[in-house]
Write a protein that binds this ligand. Structure first.
Ligand code: VGL
Ligand code: ZN
Length: 203
């Protein structure tokens, strides 16, 4: 079975949100359209408690973009975003969620971030997605969403680690590009890991 996984299509990652991904809103129409091509549609949400360690505001003297050590691993600091049960964490209003079978939440623990939709950044805890796919014998996954150079990339790398056939729908993603070249480097890393990059027109 093929599954479509739509990553973090939440208000805070859209233009006007707390951590806007440039042109992030442009993928909403495609997300709605592509769902019809898949038997199984899953989605993820970045879902942080207010005291989350990835928020610069929770570290006196630090600002977004700074890097710190958080519980033993390097962490980039972000603006406060996707706080549980706030508007910013909700799916984009124009995003059709009626066919989504399950939503996986990540970044829920204060002391560790989770870019990947499978594991936290230290691979200590699972979100449940790997088991979910295994139980349903899903071997082929297609990913789209935000942000290409963070959550999509780390999800793809973990998916390849888990042995899943992993395809990235390029025009279904937008990146943050915190540093120039991040998107291209993310694509290279995903290809190196054995993922396929395709366009929605190829589906
Ligand atoms: C993300 C930065 C911080 C993402 C989440 O969804 O790509 N990026 N939290
Ligand atoms: Zn986050």
């Amino acid at each position: 079975m093929n599954a479509l996984i739509i990553v973090d299509l939440q208000n805070d990652f859209l233009p006007g949100g707390a951590l806007p991904v440039p042109h992030g809103d442009e993928i909403i129409a495609l997300a709605n359209k592509l769902q019809r091509k898949f038997e199984l549609v899953l989605a993820t949400k970045d879902w942080h408690p207010p005291d989350h360690g990835s928020f610069a505001a929770n570290h006196p003297g630090k600002k977004p973009g700074d890097r710190i050590m958080l519980d033993g691993i390097e962490q980039i600091l972000w603006p406060v975003h996707c706080v549980q049960n706030t508007y910013g964490a909700e799916f984009a209003p124009a995003f059709d969620t009626s066919r989504i079978a399950h939503v996986f939440h990540k970044g829920v623990e204060r002391s560790i971030d989770s870019y990947s939709t499978f594991f936290d950044n230290a691979h200590r805890r699972e979100t449940g997605l790997a088991d979910y796919l295994k139980k349903r014998s899903v071997k082929n996954i297609y990913l789209m969403g935000l942000a290409l150079d963070y959550c999509v990339k780390y999800s793809v790398l973990d998916a390849r680690h888990l042995g899943l056939n992993t395809r990235v729908i390029l025009d279904g993603c937008r990146g943050i590009e915190l540093e120039h070249g991040d998107i291209d480097r993310a694509l290279d890393e995903m290809i190196q890991a054995g993922a396929t990059i395709l366009k929605s027109a190829d589906l």
